[in-house]
Design a protein around this ligand. Sequence first.
Ligand code: PGA
Length: 232
Amino acid sequence: MDKKILISLKLEIKKLIIANWKSNKTALEAVYWLEELNKNRGKINFETKEVVVAAPYTALSSCAAYIKDNNIPIKLAAQNISEFGIGAYTGEINGVQIREFADYVLIGHSERKRYLHETDEQVEKKITQAKEAGLSVILCVQDDNSFIDSRAEYIAYEPPNAISTFGVGKAEDPQNVENVFATLCEKTNARLLYGGSVDSKNIDKYFVISGISGFLVGGASLKAESFLQLLS
Ligand code: PGA
């Protein structure tokens, strides 16, 4: 078989598993987590899983250095990006600064919409910045009516009530996820991910959903041990 076709088939089979640490971990704690993962990397089947860590901005640099020094086959994501480019935007982190360390960026997470009142217009601007910087976009949507941008490579369906942060933490019924995916498929060619209280006990129920390409994992990714359980 043509090598290119083989590689793209393999990529399609690989599930993207993203650890979303949210506003947790100092740079030191982040590296400690990576050390734990590295010690146990033999347990992870990297042939079937592509692992991404969405670290806080402050940990991206030290995580990138540790990953490179130890040759770990995982990638980094930022959890947000400035809607502006390089320049006089005090406190903002732009796409070029992120691209120095990360390959992916999460955009439009429901926590940002809820606590920071992020709008669809801002989401759109952020996607523009991400694309200009050469980042792959993981666009979070809350339902099948949420704003979708055709430039996003990944769409992560994360019903707010299923996210453990909001205190409910009841993972969405896999059948509902499949139904929402069916609607999303009509609107986008992006690869579809699910997020919301995914852990090592329930992940298998979602693996079988038609059209699923991976997961966003919050709470269950905070301890390296529980994330490893989910990956093995
Ligand atoms: P959770 O978070 O796994 O803790 O529910 C998922 C997310 O918000 O990305």
